[in-house]
Each structure stands twice: as C-alpha cells, then as structure tokens.
Design a protein around this ligand. Structure first.
Ligand code: FES
Length: 478
C-alpha cells in the first residue's frame, strides 16, 4: 500500500503561504441571496429567549450536580455525574460559541457573562479561542489558515473513536494552558492573537491553573476524587458531546473552498439535540450569516434552503456519510464526497443598497445626500468621489455617516446589523459605535472614521471637507 502524503496543517508552514498565494486567505465567500430587510429581521437579538434557554440549562447543571454529589459512594452517582459532565463539558460548547459571537443576548455584557465561565468549563482559554474562532470564520477549512480543522487528511476512523474519550485533547489543552500560565507563547498565539491582547491569554491561563490547583488541593485534603469530577473532570469525561455534535460540522467535507456549501454540513436534528447544541446543526447557515442568532437559524434555513445542498436528514445519516468519507480519504486524501450544489448565482459582495453621489457642495461646504427617509436600523451605501461611505440610521432614529469598510478585515458594513447606536460587522460580529466610530467589540481594534451629518428640511446633509478625495482631488493627507 502506498503511503499518502500529508499536508501541513500548521499556521506557519508551507500550506499557509500557499493559501495566500492562491487567494484563499481572507477572501470573498459565496453567500446565498437573501432580501436584506429579511436578513436584518433575522439578525435582531433579544434577551428573553436566550435567557429562558440559559435558565433551563443552568437549572439542569445544578440539579445534576447536586444529585451526583448527594449520591457519592453509591452507583447512582454514575448517572448523576454522566449527566453533569455531559452538560458542563459538552453542552457548554454551544453557549460558549454563541456568546463568543455575541449573538445570543441583545445586551452585550450578558454574552460576556456567559462566555468567560463557559470558556473555563471547557478548558478553553477565552482570549486565544476567541481569536482562533475569528480566523475559523475568515478562512473556514482552508489548510494552513484555519486552526480549527479537527481532522487533517488522511483521516482515521480509529482516531475519531479515540477522540471521543478526549484524553488526548483534554490533556493537550491543559498542558498548553499551563505553558501559557508560565508565560510561554507558541505559534498559534503569535499568529492569531494581536500583540495588544496577548497579556490576557497569560492572565487567563494563570486563573485557570490556580482554580485547577485549588481543586486538586481540595481533592487531596478531602481524600476524594469527587472534587475533580465537579471541576476540571468534565473537560475529559463530558467532552464526548462536543465531539458528537462538532464532528458533523465539517468532517469529511472539502478543504480550500470559498463556499461553505462544500465545506460545511447542515444536519436536521431533534429538539433535544437542538437545545443542547443551540441550533448549530444549521451550520452552513451560521457560517454564511454569523450575525443571525441561534434562535433564528431555522427561519434562515427556510429562507435560503433552495440555494443550499440538501441537509442531512439526521445525525445517524451524517455519521454514515462521515465514516464513508473517512474510509475513502484514508486511501486517497483527495477523494471528495459528491455534493449537489444548486446552480444559483448567490453573491460574493455586498447587497447593493446605495448610490454614487455626484453633486456639488452647498455654499457652506455641506452636501445634500437625499431625503432623510432611512428607517431606524437602515443602512445605505454611498460612494463619493471614490470613497466608500455608509449612511446609517440608529435604532433611536439618529443618522450617522461612516467609512464602509470594517477596520478589522475588508468586510463591507452595508451588510452589517444596526444594534442600538452600534453597527455589527457581518463577518466576525465586531462592533463600532456609529456616533464616535469607536470599536466596541473584538476583533475590532481600530476605530471607524465618522463624518458629520445633519438633517435640514427633511434632507440629510454632510460636511465632507474632511474627506480627502473631495478636498484634494484624490491626493493630500489621510
Ligand atoms: S472584518 Fe472582522 S469584524 Fe469586520
């Protein structure tokens, strides 16, 4: 049997440069065509639905934990800890994920309130994994770019089975955290986490290690393994549920495709799974439109399903497909699952909702941008002398004019979501304050340029004398 060549999946190897050369890094991806008004409706956040889901989830964890603890020394502790571990070490993943995107709750601090404890419960360093996941969304399953490719080719069914124990994965995560607690960096941190954020990685790692050590001391003093089953242990014995759902997302599908329909899988699941997994079974939809909160993904699926491949009818069918793909790819890593992709145009750029301004400034230097009829939450692209601007109306009804390109990547904010006085970028859920341009949510680190606006006689006006192309005919200061 001939040995099969293995690609370099590291972020610093030959495949990383190759992905850049092939235009696969930070590229434009296919998106299904959807009415922008409907997309905006689906991107609206609330606090009540995720609050109820969270309350049920916390109640289940407390109930299973109290039951398991009360049954110490009895066989009843086994199902008790099984349920507790599955909830803490498994179902936390979906809460971590949704709150990491900032899409679960309308109130932003509520997302963070869940995200940080959830990160600890999964032994995931909060800041590192936040940045790793931004990259996963930028370059999904692009070899050399995405640090979250779980099954490098050639895959192995034995490895898949072994992963469910999470012995290797959990140990590796804890070992990495200890290394970071000692102040040692690594390639993934250097590549993914901006320098200004790296101190957070080390601080968080120290907090995690301190809690783990305190738990070990508790276990030693009490001469009992139970404290370890409560804290830290679920990372190992409960993580099978993370794998159970997570494997269905991308395993066996194509690498290096700028179209999530080839690299990502949607699986129809039952209501219990969907509660535990927070609807992430609609994974193609999530990757295409990450601004849509989990509770609106079924509606998004209904909206765009004609443009997507047929979803897997269930979890068992998804696993059958994955095992079939693994068998074939173990022999020939270039083997691909047949995938029927509807022949629809879709789009790879912004939804066009704008116009090119070609007027002249008024006598006082302000320019007329048209009637002030943008509804609250509305966005309109305006090109002025080559400058890409965005007119926005906050949910309070105030107007703002800002640069249209996100300062984190090159995403067009025309497809963003207005939330209160902020705009959320459609690519990684970074946010800007529309009034000041200040970045209010990671991964945004650089503010957005804002321009003055006023409403006169029910028309929008702006003073563009600060805009370089207007003042200097394309030259001059930035
Ligand atoms: S491109 Fe990343 S937040 Fe906008």
């Amino acid at each position: 049997m001939t040995s099969v060549a293995r690609r370099d999946y590291s972020l610093t190897g030959v495949e990383s440069s190759r992905a850049e050369e092939r235009g696969l890094a930070n590229a434009q991806w296919f998106q299904a065509d959807i009415d922008p008004v409907r997309l905006r409706e689906l991107s609206v956040r609330q606090n009540s639905r995720p609050g109820i889901d969270l309350a049920i989830w916390v109640a289940l964890i407390v109930a299973s934990g109290v039951f398991a603890w009360s049954q110490r020394g009895s066989w009843w502790a086994v199902p008790g800890f099984f349920a507790y571990g599955m909830l803490v070490g498994g179902s936390t993943d979906a809460r971590w994920h949704e709150c990491g995107h900032g899409t679960a709750f309308r109130t932003q601090w509520l997302n963070d309130l869940v995200y940080y404890p959830a990160s600890f419960m999964l032994a995931r360093e909060a800041t590192y994994w936040r940045w790793s996941h931004f990259r996963h969304h930028t370059d999904t399953i692009i070899v050399g770019r995405d640090a979250e490719i779980v099954f490098p080719r050639p895959p192995s069914i034995a490895k898949l089975a072994w992963m469910f124990t999470h012995i290797e994965g959990g140990t590796s995560m804890m070992r990495t955290t200890v290394k970071h607690a000692l102040g040692k960096s690594d390639d993934n941190i250097d590549v993914l986490v901006p320098e200004s954020e790296r101190h957070r990685v080390f601080t968080e790692a120290r907090i995690y290690v301190a809690i783990w050590l305190a738990t070990v001391v508790w276990a030693i003093l009490s001469r009992s393994v139970y404290p370890l089953l409560l804290i830290g242990g679920p990372t190992f014995y409960g993580a099978w549920l993370v794998l159970f759902f997570g494997v269905t997302q991308h395993a066996g599908l194509r690498e290096d495709q700028l179209d999530h329909r080839y690299s990502t899988r949607t699986v129809l699941m039952n209501p219990i799974f969907r509660f535990l997994y927070l609807n992430m079974n609609y994974h193609v939809e999530h990757h295409m439109f990450p601004a849509v909160p989990y509770y609106n993904l079924p509606q998004l699926h209904a909206e765009i399903r004609d443009q997507l491949p047929e979803p897997m009818p269930g979890t068992i069918a998804a696993y059958k497909e994955i095992i079939h793909a693994f068998r074939e790819q173990a022999k020939d890593p270039s083997w691909e699952l047949p995938r029927h992709i509807p022949d629809v145009p879709g789009r790879r750029g912004p939804i066009v909702q704008g116009f090119e301004w070609a007027g002249e400034p008024n006598a006082d230097g302000w320019v007329d941008l048209g009637p002030a009829d943008l509804a609250p939450g509305g966005l309109q692209a305006i090109d002025i002398n080559g400058a890409a601007l965005l007119l926005a109306c906050t949910e309070q009804g105030d107007f703002a004019l800002v640069d249209r390109t996100c300062t984190h990547g090159d995403a067009d904010l025309t497809n963003g979501t207005v939330l209160g006085c902020e705009i959320e970028c459609p690519k990684h859920n970074g946010r800007f304050d529309l009034r000041t341009g200040e970045g209010t949510r990671r991964p945004v680190l650089t503010p957005l340029t804002t321009y003055p606006v006023r409403v006169r006689n029910a028309r929008i006006e702006t003073d563009l004398r600060g805009l370089t192309p207007i003042v200097t005919n394309g030259g001059g200061d930035a």
